[in-house]
Design a protein around this ligand. Structure first.
Ligand code: ACM
Ligand code: ZN
Length: 548
């Protein structure tokens, strides 16, 4: 009996050993981690978490912390608001003051300090958002245990952190393939886990319109459904299956709220004036030829686009964008602007009449058709400004001349971003050669599901430098807001495939977004990723197990 007991004790001890050590060197890597391994504090079930209960936002973050600690380790903390002697304490510190008593600038809302000492674990930040970031760091630092633990030994530590960039995004195309609200929430969970703060939600495409517009009820109802889908890479063979789905405004609001609680802003994209065949199917009068236009069944770039000479086009766009603004509070609205072929406009009497009316002339840099697109952008920009919003467009919006408030999302390399920064426009870097995570992540295509092609290993994502030093001056670099990975879904139809493509390349971009270049090291990242994989297994999310 005694021998059995000893064996059991040994097994339990091994269980906690197997669970691993606490390691604050998480992904993304905090700005500084100082650890004194010679001293420790035992975090154990039943300990209290103190916070300011009068602030529901802080209370929510305290609850997140408890949930995550339990998920990872099994340790059950309890909420004990306003208990000064609690072992875990979340506090909001006043912003640092300058000598004159003015708040120090720039004040970093997302900076936090996490300390472990004899009194326990304390997190201090200027804003609740940073308490959330710190709680995520704790979640990632704790050992993942298959069996519930009662206690984990935390080494004395001081962790300081703050993000490098204000814009830390990931894009998700739910138009080529449709994904449920639940999948989008899981996507948001992954962004939040990695400290990303922007979900760029691609909602409309040639292959399907996925946003409900109440004033135009047929738009999503009919525009979201394609009769069939081409097999493989435009083989000419089709699957014969109707495919569709759209998000009601109520569902969009649910996603916005879910994301906001996790400090992720949702930027909706209505891609215009190209990538509109889903809408043209329902409103063929808005196309240059009058249609008919089936919701597209192939991949690629359709030459059927909105007619820029038809005044109804702007009425349509304002109706759509008006309802979009009702649903999405984001300051930024993405208006697409990429890949808008001009074949139809060149031959369309209405488009050509509009060019004349506007007095557009080719100036060697901008064709008249590109300037016509800039005219549409400007109208849309002014409308959105009247709703208090700013536009983002893909880098093609440079081709007709940038409208005054436009932010450029650079995707055809960094060239467009560099040019926009030089023109003193804000920029988000998501160049296809570093940030297109629809590309293969392993060299061997047979090791992974069919994809669009290309090769973007996590190591290359990791190596991206958004500021382009050497090309941009210090002053120009100020316009680079941050970086984003993009997940296009022509060849991605299942949630498992989504997360396989996302992880671990989201880990890689998160260090681009958070860490200074001096703090980045791919070999070290590789070691730290082992722990993230345990966490993914714990959460039950798919990821690519190989790393190149
Ligand atoms: C894009 O990839 N067409 C922005
Ligand atoms: Zn036209």
């Amino acid at each position: 009996m005694k021998r059995n007991l000893a064996l059991l004790m040994l097994l339990l001890a091994c269980g906690s050993l197997w669970a691993g050590q606490v390691d604050f060197r998480t992904i993304p890597l905090p700005l500084s981690v100082n650890v004194d391994d010679t001293k420790s504090f035992a975090l154990s079930t039943g300990m209290g978490v103190a916070y300011d209960a009068s602030n529901p936002e802080i209370a929510r973050n305290a609850q997140f912390l408890c949930t995550w600690v339990e998920e990872v380790t099994g340790i059950r903390l309890k909420l004990t608001p306003d208990d000064k002697h609690a072992s875990v304490r979340l506090s909001i510190a006043p912003p640092r003051k300058t000598q004159k008593g003015v708040a120090a600038v720039p004040q970093d809302d997302e900076a936090y300090t996490l300390t472990v000492d004899a009194k326990g674990l304390a997190i201090s930040a200027v804003k609740p958002v940073a308490l959330f970031r710190a709680a995520q760091t704790l979640r990632k630092a704790l050992p993942v245990s298959a069996t519930p633990l009662n206690e984990v030994s935390l080494p004395f530590a001081t962790v300081k952190d703050r993000p490098r960039f204000v814009y830390r995004g990931a894009h998700f195309d739910t138009a080529r393939h449709f994904f449920s609200v639940d999948v989008i929430k899981r996507y948001i969970d992954m962004l939040a886990l990695h400290g990303c703060n922007q979900l760029h939600w691609h909602l409309t495409e040639d292959q399907g319109w996925r946003f409900e517009v109440k004033a135009l009820p047929e738009l999503a109802k009919q525009g979201s459904v394609r009769e069939q889908t081409v097999l493989g890479r435009n083989t000419g063979v089709f699957d014969g299956q109707r495919y569709g789905g759209y998000y009601t405004q109520e569902q969009c609001r649910e996603i916005v709220n879910y994301a906001a609680e996790r400090y992720v802003n949702v930027i909706p994209e209505i891609d215009l004036p190209g990538h509109m065949q889903g809408a043209l199917h329902v409103y063929p009068n808005l196309g240059c030829t009058g249609g008919p236009y089936p919701v597209w069944q192939m991949w690629g770039v359709s030459q059927e686009v909105l007619c820029a000479g038809n005044p109804e086009t702007l009425t349509f766009l304002k109706t759509v964008l008006g309802e979009l603004c009702d649903v999405f509070p984001s300051k930024f609205i993405h208006i697409g602007g990429d890949e808008c072929p001009k074949v139809r406009w060149k031959e369309c009497p209405k488009c050509q009449a509009k060019i004349k009316e506007l007095g557009l002339t080719a100036d060697g840099k901008h064709s008249v058709e590109n300037q016509l697109q800039a005219y549409i952008n400007h109208e849309v920009e002014m409308y959105l400004a009247s709703r208090g919003r700013d536009i983002i467009g893909w880098d093609e919006i440079l081709e007709g001349g940038l409208t005054p408030g436009a932010t450029v999302m650079s995707w055809r390399g960094v060239k467009g971003g560099v040019e926009a920064a030089r023109q003193k426009h804000r920029v988000i870097m998501s160049p296809n050669d570093y940030c297109y995570i629809d590309h293969y992540q392993l060299k061997d295509p047979w090791k992974q599901p069919l994809g669009i092609g290309g090769y973007l290993p996590a190591s290359k994502v990791y190596s991206f430098e958004p500021l382009q030093p050497g090309t941009l001056s210090d002053d120009e670099q100020q316009y680079i807001l941050g970086a984003q990975v993009n997940l296009w879904t022509e060849y991605i139809a299942s949630p498992e495939h989504v997360f396989y493509m996302l992880l671990p390349r989201l880990d890689a971009i998160s260090e681009v977004q958070w860490c200074t270049p001096e703090n980045k090291n791919f070999d070290d990242f590789k070691l730290r990723l082992q722990h993230m994989k345990q966490l993914y297994d714990n959460i039950g999310v798919k990821y690519c197990k190989d790393l190149e």
